[in-house]
Design a protein around this ligand. Structure first.
Ligand SMILES: Cc1cc2nc3c(=O)[nH]c(=O)nc-3n(C[C@H](O)[C@H](O)[C@H](O)COP(=O)(O)OP(=O)(O)OC[C@H]3O[C@@H](n4cnc5c(N)ncnc54)[C@H](O)[C@@H]3O)c2cc1C
Length: 395
């Protein structure tokens, strides 16, 4: 097993900052070129803004390059209807979002929507899944809405997965007819490429070190020079912790490690994606993912790999004949309540903090919903509650 080897995303025309970029003043500078920064930057240039997106090269695998690639709504938002709504809306907007990207970029990002399953092993897990789904449905109904998922028993799941024979312990699961998956590396490449095609500037390999508000605009000091922008967007994942501290603010964001496995390529045998098991376009099976609170550590462990492999083989015994070729771990970006932060910092007008888990799923919405607000429009009511105030954060 090779630990931690990931393909690099080639981003044409991303460069070290030139003297022209150094001297220019931008409408918006977006710090972070992962899923959050890239999706928002794309929406900003599409709305006509002059945008610079800056992304530092990192030694560890950032979540945007190391995630599982699910476009998923069915398990999101228990206890928080606005988040359940955002997730479902993002998934529903995914197809047109990807159609535009593929047309502009000329390559396929391997999007499959229309079916996604969360499987249960044993009666206890099935009962817990059933209860979780019941809560999501009740909360939707109480708001005059529906939740896009249903509970399936073992026989119904087996009918859906066809030739992929289920292990004896599989009891059933939840199914969503809107969820799916995508190649997350190709999708990120497409978002960045379209952003640049629309006129956005992308500087890769450059770190933002200091932020200063000066005469109603911002000075951004980077490892390659200082630039100016009317507005700044902090979309740097866990890097937002350090960026916010430069403005005197402690943002309640912590890392959570997720390890996953990738197998050798095999003929297609999984007809749809599962939470934790999916077959990629090139035939590999991805098996995930742990949830470990081990700080900023991104080491893989054999113990975690063995647990992941064991569960996957309990679900699909045929996997025991397929070799694991790679494993990596990366860090989720989690707020104290697990929900997004979309806010403008009160004492720093024009400085926006954006952070969320599930930024692959939310990419379509981040690109359409956030830019008009950042460019001076009304904050959308649907994200009003995802503010800094709920954590009593002060600057
Ligand atoms: C194991 C795992 C599986 C996941 N699976 C899924 C999934 O199936 N579906 C889904 O929707 N989501 C999934 N996620 C979550 C998803 O990957 C993240 O929500 C998303 O990648 C976060 O994107 P981001 O841009 O906020 O952060 P990041 O990916 O961390 O990107 C931030 C970028 O900012 C840059 N940066 C940081 N500091 C600075 C600085 N000072 N100057 C310049 N640049 C800076 C970093 O180098 C980085 O490139 C998963 C995450 C993990 C870890």
């Amino acid at each position: 097993m090779k630990a931690g080897v990931l393909p690099v995303i080639y981003t044409p025309n991303a460069n070290i900052m030139s003297s022209r970029e150094n001297q220019k003043k931008y409408d918006v500078c977006v710090i972070g070129g992962g899923y959050m920064g890239a999706a928002v930057s794309l929406g900003l240039v599409q709305a006509g803004a002059d945008v610079l997106m800056i992304d530092k090269v990192s030694k560890t695998h950032k979540a945007s390059r190391a995630n599982f690639g699910l476009v998923w709504s069915q398990s999101k938002g228990s206890g928080n209807r606005p988040y359940a709504r955002l997730s479902a809306q993002a998934v529903r907007e995914f197809s047109p979002f990807v159609d535009n990207l593929e047309e502009a970029c000329g390559f396929d990002v391997e999007l499959r929507l229309g079916a996604g399953l969360v499987l249960s092993l044993g009666e206890q897990e099935f009962a817990a899944r059933s209860a979780a789904l019941e809560t999501l449905h009740q909360e939707a109904t109480a708001n005059g809405e529906t939740h896009p998922s249903e509970l399936l028993d073992r026989r119904q799941v087996q009918d859906l997965v066809g030739k992929a024979i289920l292990g004896d312990q599989v009891t059933g699961g939840s199914f969503s007819s809107i969820d799916g998956d995508v190649n997350p590396l190709l999708l990120l490449k497409a978002i960045r490429k379209m952003y640049q095609k629309k006129g956005g500037t992308f500087t890769q390999g450059c770190e933002v070190n200091h932020l200063l508000r000066n005469n109603a605009h911002y000075q951004i000091t980077t490892s390659s020079g200082t630039i100016e922008a009317d507005k700044i967007v902090l979309a740097a994942g866990l890097g937002n912790i350090s960026l916010c501290s430069k403005l005197g603010m402690k943002i309640p964001v912590v890392p959570q490690k997720g390890q996953l496995l990738v197998t050798e390529r095999v003929k297609p045998f999984l007809p749809l994606p599962f939470s934790g098991i999916r077959q990629t376009g090139c035939g590999s099976i991805m098996i995930g993912y742990t949830q470990e609170n081990t700080g900023f550590d991104t080491n893989t462990t054999v113990t975690a790999a063995a647990q992941l492999a064991k569960r996957a083989m309990q679900i699909f015994p045929a996997l025991q004949h397929i070799r694991v070729v790679r494993s990596w771990a990366s860090l989720r970006i989690l707020t104290a309540d697990g929900l997004p932060i979309y806010d403008e910092i009160e004492n720093y007008p024009g400085c926006y903090v954006l952070t969320s888990h599930s930024c692959v799923t939310l990419a379509s919405l981040h690109s359409s919903l956030l830019p008009p607000w950042i460019l001076g429009g009304q904050k959308p009511a649907s994200i009003e509650g995802f503010n800094l105030e709920r954590f009593n954060v002060t600057v």
